[in-house]
Design a protein around this ligand. Structure first.
Ligand code: AG3
Length: 275
């Protein structure tokens, strides 16, 4: 079949995938939701024509956005995920025995429903008794819940549309307030090739609020450029001081004790963004 999906990264670059089936299309008050089957990456979730996750490579992103931060904390108990309605981050957080409750705050109920119906291997954690689902704006949630979470994960879309406010200094200040005394947050922070100004701005903003700021990398083949950044802001614990020999095996496919250290080793062109 010669049916293709194309994501316009900008006017000069498209990412294309051959489709074998289109399963779902819906326009919600927030965005357009699409679920398709691709030949190369299996089932794929798209929001406003931007690839969010695929069955073939979702493990990289979901393991890295969760375990690097969780294993930096001695005993994380309460975790908040902002966005991430597909449930992949919830599934990974639940691998940690110390976690008593993981709260997912997703603005668009449609994403959760589509994921439950079409992406069971990603959304399975949403049914867990330790998972709580709240349909609300994450920006409001962190303003209204002070000193509550040991870790906050910002599993957002790109900084256009509903997620725009999740990349600004005001939001990071509220994240600081919503964290417990020695908490930390991790946010997906886009491509070091195509979003350089944004990443520098994020780092600057987070540095003005958190004492420990770290940038780390993972390789997500379906995102523009493949190489992807995550930003951590921490009140106390430094991921580089973790004794990686003591990290309990989690049965992960990308994250590992070695990667816990290695993901912070940045090529010079990425390190430059921290200046
Ligand atoms: N969040 C989307 C990350 C950004 C993807 N950007 C892009 N493809 N241009 C992923 C949500 C998965 N839980």
């Amino acid at each position: 079949m010669n049916l293709w999906f194309t994501e316009y990264q900008n006017e000069n670059l498209i990412i294309g995938c051959r489709l074998s089936k289109t399963l779902h299309y819906e326009k919600t008050p927030f965005q357009e939701i699409m679920v398709v089957d691709t030949v190369q990456f299996g089932r794929m979730l798209l929001l406003d024509d931007v690839i969010q996750t695929t069955v073939a490579d979702e493990f990289v992103y979901h393991e890295m956005i969760t375990h690097v931060g969780l294993n930096t904390l001695p005993e994380p108990r309460r975790v908040l995920i902002i966005g991430g309605g597909d449930g992949g981050s919830v599934r990974e957080v639940l691998r940690h025995r110390s976690v008593e409750k993981v709260t997912l705050v997703e603005i668009d109920r449609g994403v959760i429903e589509a994921a439950k119906k079409y992406l069971p291997e990603i959304s399975c954690g949403l049914e867990d008794p330790r998972a709580e689902i709240v349909i609300d704006d994450g920006i409001r949630h962190v303003k209204e819940n002070k000193n509550t979470y040991d870790m906050i994960i910002v599993d957002s879309t790109d900084p256009v549309g509903p997620a725009e406010g999740l990349f600004g200094a005001d939001f990071y200040r509220d994240v600081y307030g919503a964290l417990t005394e020695s908490g930390l947050f991790v946010a997906q922070s886009e491509s070091p090739f195509f979003n350089r100004d944004l990443i520098s701005r994020i780092i600057g903003n987070v540095r003005s609020i958190f004492p420990v700021v770290r940038l780390f990398l993972a390789n997500v083949p379906t995102y523009p450029g493949g190489l992807w950044t995550f930003t951590m802001g921490s009140k106390k614990h430094d991921p580089l001081e973790v004794d990686t020999g003591k990290i309990a095996p989690l049965g992960t496919k990308y994250y590992s004790p070695g990667l816990h250290r290695a993901c912070f080793v940045l090529p010079p062109f990425v390190k430059e963004l921290l200046k």
